[in-house]
Design a protein around this ligand. Structure first.
Ligand code: COA
Ligand code: ZN
Length: 321
């Protein structure tokens, strides 16, 4: 059974996009519940400017308040050196750096040119140094930017190359606004894996146009074994027009388990956690499996079917046609 590594992002990518402020204690209790569910990694929060992302202004309190499970890596989003210092102060396992491969999206999200972002992130990598904290870089809008359109593949590979040369452990290819489609995903994922065999490669899909599960299958075919996903399908970048939810963790895990992959994730456990979300965020989530149940959660046969069947038997016994 092929082992896949599932990385939960609901408490960062999901909560950052909610208009209701989720209480610190509720965030902590959600991370604690998810820590028991077999994830490889949980993206707990982000150490961004509280003006840019007010929903996550309690990052320190959350990171310091959670109970850490020894088998889970706890990562946080870091946009700059200030963020890195805050993250290091909380003893995170990984810093997830972020920049966009599209110039307009980078300017809109991070208020810098891509070149300025790279220089800042280079500094972040050197601040984190060769210590125990790993570095991952999430590259936004890899499969299309809502302002620029397609970003040339050579440019994307060029950014991966520059970060690989800085010695980062991993790179995440992010489909920030759900523009990816399966054949594109398969081709680009295969290119990245082939050219950068030393990198941990993660795929990060949003389901904005309903293609996230299909894109996941395409990425699997290219050899990808790490996926970000968000409980309940929450998520979205506040600085990308039309952005909406990440691929929903329970829908993804449900599919992967049916296909025979070892996700290590406790599907019933995450469904229980997902059922708590609507109350926390004040609206329903796009989760399909929470609504429909698992494929073989069978329903009782309705009473009228039994009555009908009895009637047929009794009619047959009486010779009625
Ligand atoms: N943590 C806390 N505060 C920070 C910070 C950080 N990592 N980085 C900057 N700040 C504060 C500064 O201290 C300053 O505060 P002040 O106005 O009280 O003096 C303010 O934010 C502006 O700082 P500046 O350096 O001018 O940054 P900016 O306004 O150009 O913002 C970013 C740059 C990247 C920090 C900001 O845009 C950001 O955090 N964006 C988040 C993007 C994001 O997470 N998007 C969704 C995920 S992809
Ligand atoms: Zn995202």
């Amino acid at each position: 059974m092929k082992r896949l590594y599932m990385q939960e992002v609901a408490t960062r990518d999901g909560f950052q996009n909610e208009s209701t402020f989720i209480e610190t204690a509720d965030k902590i209790s959600m991370v604690n519940a998810l820590s028991q569910c077999g994830y490889a990694k949980i993206e707990v929060t982000s150490f961004t400017s509280p003006k840019a992302i007010p929903a996550l202004r309690d990052a320190e309190a959350v990171m310091q308040g959670i109970e850490r499970h020894p088998d889970v890596e706890y990562t946080v989003l870091v946009p700059n050196v200030r963020g890195a210092e805050r993250a290091l102060g909380c003893g995170v396992d990984e810093a997830n750096l972020v920049m966009s491969v599209s110039e307009p999206h980078n300017r809109s999200n991070l208020r810098m040119t891509r070149e300025q972002s790279f220089l800042q992130l280079k500094e972040v990598v050197s601040v984190i140094g060769a210590g125990p904290v790993a570095v991952n870089v999430s590259l936004s809008t890899v499969f299309g930017c809502p302002m620029q359109g397609d970003v040339p593949v050579d440019e994307i590979l060029g950014w991966v190359d520059r970060f690989a040369n800085l010695g980062v452990r991993g790179v995440t290819l992010c489909d920030t606004t759900g523009m990816a489609f399966p054949s594109q995903v398969q081709t680009l994922s295969a290119q990245v894996i082939e050219r950068f065999p030393e990198l941990q490669v993660t795929l990060h899909f949003h389901n904005t146009r309903g293609m996230a599960l299909a894109n996941t299958v395409a990425a699997l075919q290219a050899g990808v074994d790490r996926f970000d996903s968000s409980l309940g399908g929450l998520g979205g970048c506040p600085y990308a027009p039309g952005a909406s939810g990440n691929v929903c963790t329970e829908d993804l895990v449900h599919m992967l388990q049916l296909m025979g992959y070892d996700t290590n994730v406790d599907l019933d456990g995450i469904l229980q956690a997902s059922a708590r979300l609507p109350q926390l965020i004040g609206h329903p989530t796009p989760s399909q499996i929470l609504k429909a149940g698992k494929r073989l959660d069978l329903h009782p046969i309705p009473e009228h079917v039994n009555t009908l069947a009895k009637q047929v038997v009794s009619n047959a016994a009486q010779g009625v046609k």
